[in-house]
Design a protein around this ligand. Structure first.
Ligand SMILES: [Zn+2]
Ligand SMILES: [Zn+2]
Length: 314
């Protein structure tokens, strides 16, 4: 029995990765409890603290076990303890002695408590951090890298703009109708990418803004308005890294996107007023060349990189 008691003191239960190599993690912060997965062995070397991708909470990895993992570990321990206990009891099991005048037998019955197995959840976005190479998976799209803590907004923007580039390349091989549609979609996706990035990064740095509500509700669909708002909120001008002619061409690309999204691509008075083209074009269909969209992609990359670096340095 002494040996049994000694064995009871400490259990070590290994938590195995899922079929994709990921181990689930759960943020210990009550308001967050965000679930994510990481692949141990990728990312920073050695034992590093874990960052919650959703709220940024940082702590040692043993704070980040999921509830299911803890239940599993407890059940494995209980399974072993009860199994061992039953085995010890069996040792004192005895049959009734047929020769004794009165004899009582002891029969030990029962099974060890069952193990509560669990399965890691499916998540929506898989990322390989471009700073520390950690492979991780999260709900949604944006988040902090659980290893190095860098926010992935710029990496996601680049990835999305890469896809825009691929759509443009495809348009070169397609017939006119499909090519036109691909170019229009590429333009819309480029604008959505900077909008998603811009909204996210303003939220990440909301504490450094002059007006938290405005920073949390900013939109980049109208880039001129976004520029003014970022100047007033963070004192950063997103046009600074651009060459002189790049800002007006950016405005024009955004206006074209507006026409495609809301006016079936037909030129209206607002487009004439904003871009200064001839009013005789009102009612005509807008034309978008693939080079315009690839130019836009380059400009948006510059803006993304600049805004990200400037906000980080505030
Ligand atoms: Zn969290
Ligand atoms: Zn990282």
């Amino acid at each position: 029995m002494n040996d049994f008691r000694r064995r009871l003191k400490r259990f070590s239960v290994s938590i195995k990765p899922d079929a994709d190599g990921f181990t689930g993690r759960e943020c210990p912060v009550k308001k967050c409890e965000g679930y994510f997965k990481i692949q141990f062995g990728t990312g920073l070397p050695g034992e590093v603290p874990c960052h919650c991708p959703y709220c940024g909470h940082t702590g040692p990895h043993d704070e980040f076990y999921t509830k299911e993992q803890i239940e599993y570990a407890k059940s494995v321990a209980m399974h072993q303890i009860t199994g061992q206990f039953i085995k010890e009891l069996k040792k004192i099991e005895k049959r009734p002695d047929p020769h004794a005048f009165i004899s009582i037998g002891i029969k030990v019955e029962g099974r060890p408590l069952p193990v509560r197995y669990y399965r890691e959840k499916k998540l929506e976005t898989e990322v390989v951090c471009n700073r520390c190479m950690l492979r991780y998976a999260i709900y949604g799209v944006f988040g902090y890298c659980p290893d190095c803590g860098v926010h992935n907004s710029l990496q996601i923007l680049s990835a999305n703009l890469d896809i825009v580039g691929k759509m443009l390349a495809l348009s070169g091989e397609a017939g006119k109708e499909v090519a036109d549609k691909l170019i229009e979609n590429a333009l819309e996706d480029a604008v959505s990418s900077i909008d998603g990035f811009g909204r996210e990064i303003c939220k990440v740095y909301v504490a450094k803004s002059s007006d938290a509500t405005k920073a949390q509700n900013i939109s980049f669909q109208n880039i001129a308005k976004a520029r003014d708002q970022i100047i007033s909120l963070f004192n950063i001008d997103i046009a600074v890294p651009l060459a002189q002619e790049e800002w007006p061409s950016l405005i024009r690309a955004f206006q074209k996107r507006h026409l495609i999204a809301h006016k079936m691509g037909v030129i209206d008075q607002q487009y004439v007023d904003t871009t200064g083209v001839s009013p005789s074009l009102i009612g005509r269909k807008i034309e978008i060349k693939p080079e315009e969209v690839s130019e836009l992609v380059k400009v948006l990359e510059k803006i993304g990189g600049y805004l990200s670096a400037q906000l980080a340095g505030l």
